[in-house]
Design a protein around this ligand. Structure first.
Ligand SMILES: NC(=O)CC[C@H](N)C(=O)O
Length: 365
C-alpha cells in the first residue's frame, strides 16, 4: 500500500506504508543513530514528532520487551529507508512493523531519507503529514500551515500518579516530564529509593516527601510551555540537590533567569561530541533535543557553563555557582549508545552525600 509524507512547504515523498494504518501530523525530525531504534521510538521526548531515521536498514535486530524507554510510545510516525521484515537476533520478539501496528504508529518506507534529512538541515524542522496518496494536497498543506503544534505535550506523557521504585539508598524524587525508563534504571542501579511524581507537582509537595535529591527528567516540547515547572525548580534551588537531564536542564536554566531558544533542526543522534570546559575532555553523547539554552543568556546568572557541543558550540551542561544543582542537555542514561557520560549519576549521588555531610540531612523513614 502506498503512503506519502506531505511537508508544509509542499514537498511530497511517496513510499510504502508499514505499521498502523492511520494519518498523522507532526513535526518532522531526523535521528542519525545507527542502532537504538527501539529506544528512539519509545523515548517520550519525541511526543508530537514524526521521526526519520537516517540509518538505511531499521528493524534488523527486531523489537524485544526489555529495551523500551516507555510503555506507550508518543511519536506520531516513523520514516525509514527500509523496514526489515525478517529480524535476526536472539532477543527479537517481533518485527518493527508488528510493533508499530500494535502501538498505532504509522510508518513510511522506501523514500529517500537522505534527501528528506538534507531538506530539514537546510530549511529547519518542518511540519508534515503522513497519509494515503488520495488526499487533496493543497488542503493538507493549508492545514499544516494553519494548525499550531500542541503546547501541552508534557502532560500527555507524564505519569498521572505518584509511584515508588523502592530501594534502600538515597531518597530521590524523580519529576516525570516524560521520563525515559533509563533514568529510573540508572538510579535503581545505585540503590536509590526513587519516588516518581507527575510533572505538575509543586516544590512544597516534593519537599514534603523529604527527598535527599531531586531529579528533573527529559521531556517533549518547548521548556517555556511548562512555566509551573520552572517555578517549582526555582523554589527547590538551595533546598535539595538537583540534577536535570535535557528538558530538566532547560528548566534549570530558565529557573535561574537564563533563556532557551529553538534550534534550526536540533540534535538527535548517538555520537555528538561534547567538551567539558573545565577539563578539556571530550566525550561522545546521545542526544535528542530541539531547544537549547541560549549561550549569552547564561552570562549574568548564577550558572556556570560546564559543557559545550563541539559541533555547534551550544550549551550542553550547567552548574549552579552556589547551590548543589547541575544539568546536562545530553543523555547520560542512553542505552544503547555511548556510556561516556554515565558517571554523572555517580556525581549526583556524591553531591547528595556531600550535601548531607555538610549538615543538610533530611528525614527518612
Ligand atoms: N529529550 C528532551 O528532554 C528534549 C527536551 C526538549 N523537549 C527539546 O526538544 O529540546
Amino acid at each position: 500500500m502506498k503512503r506519502q509524507l506531505i511537508l508544509e512547504d509542499g514537498t511530497i515523498f511517496i513510499g510504502e506504508a508499514f505499521g498502523a494504518n492511520n494519518d498523522s501530523i507532526g513535526e518532522v525530525v531526523f535521528h542519525t543513530g545507527m542502532t537504538g531504534y527501539q529506544e528512539i521510538i519509545t523515548d517520550p521526548s519525541f511526543a508530537g514528532q514524526i521521526v526519520t531515521l537516517t540509518y538505511p536498514l531499521i528493524g534488523n535486530y527486531g523489537v524485544n520487551h526489555e529495551d523500551f524507554e516507555t510503555f506507550q510510545p508518543a511519536i506520531k510516525g516513523l520514516i525509514v529507508k527500509e523496514a526489515a521484515d525478517y529480524p535476526s537476533n536472539f532477543r527479537s520478539q517481533m518485527t518493527i512493523d508488528t510493533y508499530c501496528k500494535a502501538k498505532n504508529i504509522p510508518g513510511l518506507q522506501g523514500i529517500d531519507t537522505r534527501k528528506l534529512t538534507r531538506k530539514i538541515r537546510q530549511f529547519g524542522t518542518l511540519r508534515g503529514m503522513l497519509c494515503g496518496i488520495d488526499v487533496n494536497k493543497d488542503e493538507v498543506i493549508d492545514r499544516l500551515k494553519r494548525e499550531k503544534a500542541a503546547n501541552d505535550l508534557v502532560s500527555t506523557v507524564s505519569t498521572k500518579q505518584i509511584f515508588p521504585s523502592p530501594g534502600r539508598g538515597y531518597r530521590v524524587v524523580l519529576v516525570d516530564f516524560g521520563m525515559k525508563h533509563g533514568i529510573l534504571r540508572e538510579l535503581t542501579h545505585r540503590n536509590c529509593h526513587v519516588i516518581v511524581v507527575p510533572h505538575n507537582t509543586t516544590s512544597k509537595e516534593i519537599l514534603a516527601l523529604h527527598p535527599d535529591g531531586v531529579m528533573l527528567s527529559n521531556g517533549p516540547g518547548d521548556p517555556k510551555d511548562v512555566p509551573y515547572a520552572v517555578k517549582m525548580v526555582e523554589e527547590l534551588l538551595g533546598q535539595v540537590p538537583l540534577f536535570g537531564i535535557c528538558l530538566g536542564h532547560q528548566l534549570l536554566a530558565l529557573a535561574n533567569g537564563a533563556d532557551t531558544e529553538k534550534l534550526k533542526f536540533g540534535h538527535r543522534g548517538a555520537n555528538h561530541p561534547v567538551k567539558d570546559v573545565r577539563t578539556g575532555k571530550v566525550i561522545l553523547t546521545s542526544q535528542n533535543h530541539g531547544y537549547a539554552v541560549s549561550l549569552d543568556s547564561v552570562k549574568n546568572t548564577n550558572l556556570e557553563i560546564t559543557h559545550i557541543a563541539i559541533n555547534d558550540g551550544t550549551v550542553e551542561g550547567l552548574k549552579h555557582k552556589k547551590y548543589p544543582a547541575f544539568s546536562v542537555q545530553y543523555h547520560p542514561e542512553s542505552a544503547p549508545g555511548p556510556e561516556d557520560a554515565n558517571d554523572l549519576f555517580d556525581q549526583f549521588i556524591e553531591l547528595i552525600q556531600k550535601w548531607e555531610e555538610a549538615g543538610h540531612e533530611t528525614y527518612r523513614y
